[in-house]
Design a protein around this ligand. Structure first.
Ligand SMILES: *Cc1c(COP(=O)(O)O)cnc(C)c1O
Length: 478
């Protein structure tokens, strides 16, 4: 008889396939310190993902094999010498959590079921991490981009009144609302302004000082000028860990200024906010505990597997009032499955939500905040070590102080040369830094948000940069 459900015909066969996949996954994780960093997908494998929509399935074994074949072709961020952009390295705790989450197939939009209590625990832990009050609210989201949209919508409604939820941005007369961030802020902030209908022009980018922190005098001047022009400054966005150089704005001064100006104070702490767990970074984060909202990622410096971000809002009631609109079919109840109010759907745009909270809870539970924080501290020491190697080398030039995890430098020569060095390193599979632009010049950018990185990986990186630089120097007119 043909099985019409999607469940296996033969559970023993399924079990064997699942065990094979699990073994392959563990082998991959166990061998993560060796091998190439990035391996581009082979052409025939690319073509194998350009098939027409299948009418008939191929069965579990073929699917398991195909998934297993992909394991070697990640971006490389699990490798100790992945230094590009800002990625987390992931951890083995996520595998166990994702197996459980897949088996439960929970929807965390709301209702009263086991998974919800795990997310509530995560929310409570985050409040504790950042010394936020009980009345604060939080939501597990995909990442800081989504968290920023949610936080700034609360800020917008606070400025325009909840009536704006119905009338739309017409309430923002002639686009008068303006917000401020530094010119080092992540592009997701401007994107949030765009998505929220404020327009990215309403986000004023304030210049930074010589260590890439927002210039507070320039900020005050911009606010005064905008007020004089009849605009309504409504929020200031501080960055805790900038993408380019890892700088942390003076959050304490921004908190003071936001209070004096009656503005919302949001912090983009995508990777840097996790520094509250590190003895090295924590002293730099003073003022973070006074933010009105924080957006940050568990998938970066806390190494929860992708994707796992978080938005934390001091005024939980304002947060709920910004998103809540429960229609009759989502009505809550005091008892039964529809209990457990308020529901997460009241804190963000998504109704159906997966069980990301489990892998976050698993990571924190398995390792504890002490170990997670120590890994952050070690990365900062490694960044400082690399900065020292760069400064000591006659062919290399440090371009910004290494305050957290990021080191930006150049092989002395032109932009083309430095860009070529980075691409060669990525293609060689030896290491994966990335490229950025600082003060108009290309920089080799090494970000160490990676619990697997060893100090000797940085020695090797420097050797390889110097070798590639010398090799290609003749090719480019520096
Ligand atoms: C990575 C990053 C973001 C974007 O976060 P996602 O989780 O990728 O959406 C925002 N700001 C900073 C400073 C970042 O490093």
């Amino acid at each position: 008889m043909v099985n019409k459900t999607l469940d296996p015909d033969d559970w023993e066969e399924y079990r064997a396939q699942a065990h094979k996949m699990l073994d392959a996954a563990i082998d991959k994780m166990q061998g993560v310190n060796s091998g190439r960093v990035w391996t581009p997908l082979r052409d025939e494998m690319k073509y194998s993902f350009q098939e027409p929509l299948p009418m008939d399935g191929v069965g579990v074994e073929a699917v398991r094999q195909r998934a297993q074949d992909l394991l070697a072709y990640g971006v490389g961020n699990t490798h100790p010498r992945f230094f590009g952009w800002v990625h987390g390295a992931g951890s083995s705790s996520g595998l166990i959590a994702d197996i459980a989450a897949a088996a439960m197939n929970a929807n965390l939009g709301g209702r009263d079921h086991g998974a919800m209590y795990v997310e509530k625990q995560v929310v409570a832990w985050v409040k504790e991490m950042f010394s936020f009050p009980d009345e604060a609210s939080g939501l597990v989201v995909s990442g800081t981009s989504m968290a920023t949209i949610i936080a700034l919508k609360v800020a917008r409604e606070k400025a325009l009144g909840l009536e704006n939820r119905k009338s739309g941005n017409a309430a923002n007369e002639a686009g008068a609302l303006v917000g401020y961030c530094s010119n080092q802020a992540h592009a997701c902030v401007a994107r949030a302004f765009d998505i929220l209908g404020l327009g990215s022009d309403a986000l004023v980018q304030i210049p930074t000082n010589d260590v890439f922190e927002m210039d507070l005098v320039a900020l005050q001047t911009a606010i005064d000028k905008d007020r004089a022009a009849g605009k309504k400054p409504f929020c200031v966005i501080g960055t805790a860990g900038s993408v380019n150089v890892g700088a942390i704005d003076d959050l304490s001064a921004l908190a003071d200024l936001a209070r004096a100006e009656n503005m919302w104070f949001h912090v983009d702490g995508a990777f840097g906010a996790a520094g509250v767990l590190s003895d090295h970074v924590r002293p730099r984060l003073g003022g973070l505990e006074r933010a009105d909202s924080i957006a940050f990622d568990f998938h970066k410096w806390l190494h929860v597997n992708y994707d796992a971000g978080f938005v934390l809002v001091r005024d939980g009631e304002a947060h709920r009032a910004t998103f809540s609109n429960r229609p009759a079919y989502l009505k809550g109840a005091e008892r039964g499955l529809a209990a457990g109010n308020p529901w997460p759907v009241e804190y963000g745009p998504e109704l159906s939500r997966g069980f990301r909270a489990l892998k976050i809870w698993a990571q924190i539970s398995e390792h504890g905040t002490g170990k997670l924080g120590a890994a952050i501290t070690r990365n900062c020491a490694q960044a400082a070590y690399l900065a020292g190697l760069v400064e000591a080398h006659s062919k290399l030039q440090l371009l910004a102080p290494a305050v957290t995890s990021v080191v930006c430098f150049r092989y002395i020569g032109g932009d083309d040369l430095n860009e070529e060095i980075v691409i060669r390193l990525q293609e060689s599979g030896i290491a994966a830094p990335s490229i950025t632009t600082l003060n108009g010049r290309s920089a080799i950018r090494v970000n160490i948000t990676n619990h697997r990185t060893r100090f000797r990986d940085l020695d090797l990186l420097v050797d390889e940069v110097v070798r590639a630089g010398a090799e290609f120097k003749s090719k480019f007119a520096g």
